[in-house]
Ligand binder design. Structure first.
Ligand SMILES: Nc1ncnc2c1ncn2[C@@H]1O[C@H](COP(=O)(O)OP(=O)(O)OP(=O)(O)O)[C@@H](O)[C@H]1O
Length: 256
């Protein structure tokens, strides 16, 4: 298993926000994490990445390719983030440096984890910008983030995330801020990117139509726990838990 999470809890003092969550994601597998706002999806992902907000504490276990992430020293975690473990969040500007040309940001992500020369890293960066279907990538590499559209920025973030062929990609609402047509293009790029690399994908969203398009398996969170899991088609057509039934009834999945 690429990612094995077992009995993961997140506490704020004595208050449990994530409660003994266990799941696994295999190489090349695409797993959705769904649930209403506040159910604990983002905190589960943050705990795995070692990026919990100040004051929150994780317990249990989260192993990436067999090595424990929880409680690992920050130096070890920052070495693994961007190399074995990459993420894409909702708002691309939080992941990009506004003062640095985008090509250089992709190249630096490569150089941080490999011994490539500056020139080789630049060439690899342009190839990655091309792979995420940015127009005229050689030229675009010289742009600053504010010169790009939201969809183009998220493509740059995806290029950075995939730059070192990570074992695991975590996406937290990566297309929620984008127009519907741009959303579909970015989802397709995520699908292609993980398929080419056999990357395990953990995909957080509250959009069930997105889950149906992207994920083969789905986990449903409610009040900090996983209350249901199964293949996407089973969960979306024959939900067992009352909460999942309500989630489906409230969604516009049939219209999508
Ligand atoms: N730093 C924090 N301190 C205390 N409580 C927090 C903190 N961050 C989040 N929480 C609480 O933890 C719970 C789970 O939050 P989380 O962000 O994981 O939910 P979510 O399912 O990702 O929701 P959303 O879809 O809105 O992002 C919420 O009740 C939230 O208010």
């Amino acid at each position: 298993m690429t990612l094995e999470v077992s009995e993961l809890s997140v506490h704020a003092g004595a208050h449990a926000l994530v409660r003994e969550v266990s799941f696994a994601v295999g190489a090349g597998e695409r797993v959705g994490l769904i649930g209403e706002s506040g159910s604990g999806k983002s905190l589960t992902a943050s705990a795995v990445m070692g990026l919990l907000p100040e004051g929150l504490r994780a317990s249990g276990s989260a192993k990436l390719t067999g090595t424990e992430l929880l409680g690992a020293p920050e130096r070890e975690l920052s070495r693994r983030r961007g190399r074995d473990l990459a993420m894409v969040f909702q708002e691309p500007m939080t992941a990009l440096n506004p003062l640095m040309r985008v090509g250089r940001q992709v190249a630096e992500a490569i150089r941080l984890h490999t011994r490539k020369s500056r020139r080789a890293a630049h060439e690899a960066a342009v190839a990655l910008l091309d792979a995420v279907k940015l127009p005229d990538p050689e030229q675009l590499a010289r742009a600053y983030p504010h010169q790009l559209s939201g969809g183009q920025r998220q493509r740059v973030v995806l290029a950075i995330a995939l730059a070192n062929d990570p074992a695991l990609l975590i996406c937290d609402e990566p297309t929620t801020a984008l127009d519907v047509t741009v959303q579909a293009q970015v989802l397709d790029l995520i699908l292609t990117g993980v398929a080419e690399r056999e990357t395990a994908l953990l995909f957080i969203t509250h959009d069930l139509a997105v889950v149906a398009r992207v994920c083969t398996r789905v986990l449903v969170m409610f009040e900090g726990r996983i209350v249901e899991e199964g293949s996407t088609s089973d969960v979306l057509t024959r939900p067992r838990h009352d909460y999942t039934k309500k989630l489906l009834a409230a969604s516009d999945l049939e219209a999508a």
